[in-house]
Design a protein around this ligand. Structure first.
Ligand SMILES: *Cc1c(COP(=O)(O)O)cnc(C)c1O
Length: 221
């Protein structure tokens, strides 16, 4: 089943959750259908796909990098990327800082947390997150702004499991906000929820859902 953009935005309205339309594998023509209806935030997970789309598409699109990012690819997106959701190491953050500096801009980033049971999903665990935020190298960063956390729940039919993982991420978000970002409102985004679990994520305090197949239909591979 697919949702229209309008239906989707209505569903998100009560909690003011923002929508990142995940356009990976979809063509510029398909993306423009949503663009013409007013959607401006789009998410991609591969740099090779993101760069040509950015080059050829309207410049007021806000491109979000949502997939695992290799340090050697940061330079290709630093000049235009609106937000990077998938930062999972200090080393990557330092590379983004370096390239953002060269591009003369500040790049908003989210730290990706490993909340799922699957071994395969990327992300930091709680201790790694705290170590990163406490590192002197972290305080030295000038051109990245950590705006919040991102996470992907276990791929399961078990809604209680998914809810529990989102709730834990929200709790951690609040804890980190109090402990490391008190007195600043820059740390304010919680990116969680995809096609299969966005409704649970919204209920658990998501500020941004990343939804692909529900809007675009099945991915082309
Ligand atoms: C592909 C992807 C999504 C969107 O997935 P859907 O199930 O199509 O909504 C969200 N987040 C990340 C990180 C993705 O890679």
């Amino acid at each position: 089943m697919s949702f229209s953009l309008e239906q989707f935005l209505q569903a998100l309205e009560p909690t003011h959750t923002k929508l990142v339309a995940v356009s990976k594998t979809h063509t510029p023509e398909e993306i423009l259908v949503l663009y013409r209806q007013g959607q401006r935030d789009f998410g991609e997970n591969r740099v090779q796909e993101l760069v040509p789309k950015w080059e050829e598409m309207p410049k007021d699109i806000r491109w979000h990098a949502i997939g695992h990012l290799q340090t050697n690819k940061v330079k290709y997106i630093a000049s235009f990327i609106y937000m990077i959701h998938s930062v999972d190491s200090l080393k990557l953050l330092q590379e983004i800082d370096k390239e953002a500096g060269k591009a003369g801009r500040l790049i908003p980033c989210l730290l990706q947390m490993h909340i799922a049971e699957e071994e395969t999903k990327f992300g930091l665990d709680r201790q790694e997150l705290l170590d990163l935020l406490e590192a002197p190298e972290f305080s030295a960063l000038k051109y990245v702004e950590v705006r919040g956390l991102m996470g992907m729940a276990t791929f399961t039919e078990n809604e209680d499991q998914v809810r529990k993982e989102f709730r834990q991420l929200h709790t951690l978000f609040e804890e980190v906000k109090t402990r490391f970002f008190a007195g600043s409102d820059s740390f304010r985004e919680l990116s969680m929820g995809m096609s299969s679990d966005y409704h649970i994520a919204m209920e658990e305090g998501s500020t941004m859902v990343r939804v692909g197949s529900l809007l675009f239909g099945p991915r082309h591979n």
